[in-house]
Design a protein around this ligand. Structure first.
Ligand SMILES: [Cu+2]
Length: 362
C-alpha cells in the first residue's frame, strides 16, 4: 500500500475551508456578479455562458462516467484470466471524432451569432458617451450635451448607450459586470462598446486591467435613471457652476483658489473650453501632466476618488486631510508634492470651508 497522501486529520480542516468558501458565495448582495444580468447585453452573454456550461457539464458527466464505469467494472479481480486483447474499433473512433466536432461547430455558431448580435447597439439612436480612463479614475463626456463628469455615468433606462473608450495614460479596462463584459481601453486606440440597463439603479463598474499602484481603487458607477430624471440630471450638469457668495462655502471658494486646487481642477462649468477636462489638463513644472476630475457639479455625485468613497462630509474631509493615506498612490497626493507648494498644506478650518464649498457645487 502506498503511503496515504492525505492523512485523515487534515480532512476536517479541508472540509471546513471548502465550507467557508462555499458560504462566502451565499452573501445576499452581489454588486459585481455577472450572474445577475441587468440588461439585454449582459443577459445574452449570460445565456451563452449557461449554454456552454450545461453542455460542458453533460459531456463531463458522460466521459467521466464512462471512464469510472470502465475502471470499476473491468478492474482486476483475483483469479480472473487475462481478458481478450483487442486493438482499435473503427466505428467507435469515428463516433468520438464526429460527435465532438459537431458539438464544437454548434458552439461556434452560437458564439459567433452572439458576438455579431452584440457588436453594435440595437437601437438607431444610442446615447453617446466617451469614457476617458485616467490613473486612477474614470471621466465621462457626453458630446450630445457637452457635459463632463467623473466616477459616475448617468444613463437613461431602456436606452442603448454607446461608449467610446480611450485612455490618457496606460491600458485600462471598462467593466460593469451586471451590464456587459469587459472592453480594453488602450491609449491612442479607440474601442467601442455598448449596453443598456433594464431597471433604474446603481451598477458597479471596475477597471479590470492592472494599471498601476491604485488600480484596485479605480472603480465607477452606472446610475440608471428614468428618462425624465436623466434629463433633469443633464440640465443640472449643463447649468453654470454655482459660485458661493456667502458663508463658509464662500470662504471655501477662496481657499480653493488660493491653495492651488484650481491648478488641476476646474469648477468652471460643464465642459469649459479652457479646461476641456482633464483632456487638456494642466502642466506642472512643464513635465507632469495632471488630469483631474471636473468639480463643477461635484455635490451631484454620490461617490468620489474612483468611486472609492461615498460622498459624505466626513469622507471628503478625510480625503482633503490626507489623500495619500486614504487612496495610496493617487495623483492628487503625489503631484501636489511635485507642485512643490508648501502652502498646499491645509488647516482644519481650510478643510471645513472646502467641504462646505465643494458640497455646495450641486
Ligand atoms: Cu486599472
Amino acid at each position: 500500500m502506498p503511503k496515504r497522501l492525505l492523512s485523515s486529520r487534515w480532512l476536517p480542516v479541508l472540509g471546513l475551508i471548502s465550507l467557508v468558501v462555499l458560504l462566502i458565495a451565499c452573501t445576499p448582495e452581489h454588486p459585481q456578479s455577472t450572474f445577475e444580468a441587468a440588461g439585454p447585453v449582459a443577459k445574452s452573454q449570460l445565456n451563452l455562458f449557461w449554454i456552454l456550461f450545461w453542455m460542458s457539464l453533460a459531456i463531463f458527466i458522460v466521459v467521466v462516467g464512462a471512464l469510472l464505469f470502465t475502471l470499476f467494472r473491468f478492474r482486476e479481480k483475483p483469479g480472473t484470466a487475462l481478458p481478450f486483447q483487442t486493438h482499435g474499433n473503427r466505428k467507435l473512433e469515428i463516433a468520438w471524432t464526429v460527435a465532438p466536432s459537431l458539438l464544437l461547430i454548434a458552439l461556434a455558431v452560437i458564439t459567433v451569432q452572439t458576438l455579431f448580435a452584440l457588436d453594435s447597439p440595437s437601437q438607431d439612436d444610442p446615447l453617446q458617451v466617451e469614457v476617458i480612463a485616467h490613473q486612477w479614475w474614470f471621466e465621462f463626456y457626453y458630446p450630445e450635451y457637452n457635459v463632463t463628469t467623473a466616477n459616475e455615468v448617468n444613463v437613461p433606462v431602456g436606452r442603448d448607450v454607446a461608449f467610446k473608450v480611450d485612455s490618457r495614460d496606460v491600458i485600462h479596462s471598462f467593466w460593469v459586470p451586471k451590464l456587459r463584459g469587459k472592453i480594453d481601453i488602450i491609449p491612442n486606440v479607440t474601442n467601442n462598446t455598448w449596453f443598456s440597463a433594464s431597471e433604474p439603479g446603481l451598477y458597479y463598474g471596475q477597471c479590470a486591467e492592472f494599471c498601476g499602484i491604485a488600480h484596485a481603487f479605480m472603480k465607477f458607477r452606472v446610475v440608471a435613471q428614468h428618462e425624465d430624471e436623466f434629463l433633469e440630471w443633464v440640465a443640472g450638469q449643463q447649468a453654470p457652476a454655482r459660485f458661493a457668495t456667502e458663508g463658509l462655502a464662500s470662504e471655501g471658494s477662496l481657499v480653493f483658489n488660493t491653495k492651488g486646487c484650481i491648478t488641476c481642477h476646474t469648477v468652471a462649468g460643464p465642459d469649459s473650453a479652457a479646461m476641456r477636462d482633464s483632456r487638456t489638463a494642466s502642466f506642472l513644472g512643464g513635465q507632469n501632466l495632471v488630469h483631474a476630475p471636473n468639480l463643477a457639479h461635484f455635490a451631484s455625485r454620490g461617490s468620489f476618488a474612483g468611486s472609492m468613497f461615498e460622498n459624505t462630509d466626513e469622507n471628503l474631509a478625510a480625503w482633503l486631510r490626507d489623500p495619500e493615506g486614504v487612496k495610496p498612490g493617487n495623483r492628487m497626493a503625489r503631484l501636489a508634492d511635485a507642485f512643490n507648494n508648501p502652502d498646499m498644506a491645509l488647516s482644519e478650518s481650510d478643510i471645513e470651508a472646502l467641504v462646505a464649498y465643494l458640497q455646495s457645487l450641486q
